[in-house]
Design a protein around this ligand. Structure first.
Ligand code: FES
Length: 130
């Protein structure tokens, strides 16, 4: 049987990354791979969207891994845990990791924010744009 619709894994199945939940999330990695003060790049398997997940004081936030200035990958930049921001390595635009808003020039447009959750001993994200 083939299906293009992502399916929720059987709860009795052993853990392995790369499963889909019934609400459209994709299983990215184990929570132990992202400690407070760290960020990790990944992507949505369905849409191919690059995603960067931040652990800011134990809270997880997910943004598109793409600067809105010239579309460079944000995960190459510097995560400032004091400010809660990511600075693009190319031209130094900064974005708030909690909501994606641009904090300074040369970027003026927010980076899309995505839902992220810890569940079934994994970190899950999804590109929820239509
Ligand atoms: S590409 Fe990010 S600041 Fe220019």
């Amino acid at each position: 049987m083939t299906s293009s619709t992502p399916q929720w894994r059987d709860d009795r199945a052993p853990f392995s990354a790369g499963q889909f939940s019934s609400d459209g999330y994709y299983e990215e990695f184990a929570p132990t791979e992202l400690l407070p003060g760290e960020m990790k790049s990944t992507f949505d398997e369905v849409t191919g969207t690059p995603i960067v997940v931040f652990n800011l004081d134990g809270e997880l936030y997910a943004l598109e891994d793409q600067c809105t200035h010239e579309e460079f990958e944000l995960s190459s930049g510097t995560f400032d845990t004091e400010e809660g921001s990511i600075e693009c390595v190319l031209h130094s635009a900064r974005f708030d990791v909690r909501d994606g808003r641009a904090l300074c020039a040369p970027a003026y447009t927010a980076v899309p924010k995505f839902p992220v959750k810890r569940e079934h001993d994994a970190v899950w994200t999804r590109d929820d744009r239509d």
